[in-house]
Design a protein. Structure first.
Length: 103
């Protein structure tokens, strides 16, 4: 006796929701691997970089400023940009160490 799915398919109906569910799961897995995992990796690397910063490190901000870390505070970092120029920068705006910045 033929299965109900084969009868529906022979009659021109849809094969059912199970193959579509599998297709959606496959698309979701592809998006996870191609988009979400790399972003998590970048975020984890940035958090590690911020946690390791200390006085004397040369850094580049997301705005393009290059300076030397003089003080690490709770949410900010003090950067010395020149002989008498010192600014506070949010930790989240540190792009990387000078010479190690990548896009």
């Amino acid at each position: 006796m033929p299965s109900p799915a084969l009868i529906a398919q022979a009659a021109g109906g849809s094969p059912g929701w199970l193959p579509m569910l599998g297709l959606y799961a496959l698309i979701g897995a592809i998006f996870y691997v191609l988009l979400i995992l790399p972003q998590k990796k970048r975020t984890k690397a940035h958090e590690k970089l911020i946690g390791e910063l200390g006085p004397g490190d040369r850094v580049v901000t997301s705005g393009g400023l290059v300076g030397t870390v003089t003080k690490v505070e709770e949410g900010q970092i003090r950067l010395k940009l020149g002989p008498q120029i010192e600014v506070s920068v949010l930790k989240s705006h540190i792009a990387g160490k000078s010479g190690e910045v990548s896009s």
